[in-house]
Design a protein around this ligand. Sequence first.
Ligand code: NAD
Ligand code: UDP
Length: 315
Amino acid sequence: MRILVTGGAGFIGSHLIDRLMEQGHEVICLDNFYTGAKRNILHWIDNPRFELIRHDVVDPIKVEVEQIYHLACPASPVHYQANPIKTLKTNFMGTMNMLGVAKRVGARLLLASTSEVYGDPEVHPQPEEYRGNTSCTGIRACYDEGKRISETLAFDYHRQNQVEIRVARIFNTHGPRMLENDGRVVSNFVVQALKGIPLTIYGDGSQTRSFCYVSDLVNGLMCLMNGDHIGPINLGNPGEYKILELASTIQEMVNPGAELVFKPLPQDDPRRRKPDISKAKDLLGWEPKVPLREGLSQTIANFRDRLNQPVASHQ
Ligand code: NAD
Ligand code: UDP
């Protein structure tokens, strides 16, 4: 198959491309390199089945493909809040443009949505039926409301134009190739522990998250794309950890001497998050396999390698 991956030079997108290339597909990676890096897909550049397009999804494009994994969007609060209007444009105009491509060429589009559509959830764990508790005026809105409108666009293109869609609600994911300055909690703690600087805990660290290893997540995305169910379907690891527990685990695994410091909790930071993955299990036969510590050891090893090797630019 010929498959387009938007955001393919990013963290999840590049791992997905590895799997698609290994399966023998033709893959087009489209990325504007805002948070993506050429080095993530460099190993495929000379392969005749691989193509790279530097393009911003906010602008229309014509491509002929059978499937589209639409991942283009910064995922870390630091990066999506740096230019919130751009994040909104990426989510609305970018998703509309990609649904337009899907409509024109009859491709199936998988939207990478997020657990953030549940906001600061009042229902725990979160099933897909839960409608969420977001703030449309807060500092996270460009991302969480942006993703909510992308889901709406996908479902309306499906109902009105019969576009084949799949909607994945991805929960916190980690693994090799996260940016050193990504700003998300796993990469921050690992980089801080490796550099011997204090691990920054926002708030009192009692807020919870669930961390999925990237290979599990990529399997889930591919099961959803190639299965019969439109979604939305939660994809994540249901193991739930306090941020303080995560800090202690990483401290113990990397640098028992590292200190912990407490910083203010960012505005609208969700108190707790854990996916109900019953649908993914029943409808896709998918569940994550990699335990937290096993995944963390891979993430840590990858950061250790990169921090020891000076890189001139992240591109
Ligand atoms: P990432 O920031 O590593 O990757 C995003 C990629 O999209 C980057 O390569 C970036 O350069 C590209 N991009 C951003 N804006 C673009 C634009 N306007 N045009 C073209 N390319 C653009 O993030 P990630 O963690 O790999 O996330 C991938 C997708 O999964 C995102 O849509 C994100 O919302 C979703 N997601 C990720 C997580 C997670 O924990 N990683 C959780 C929930 C949802
Ligand atoms: N967090 C933290 N220290 C950091 C980065 C994040 O304590 O250096 C907290 C953050 O406040 C949130 C949780 O870790 O409660 C997860 O944050 P992240 O940005 O990784 O993802 P999200 O909030 O989008 O789930």
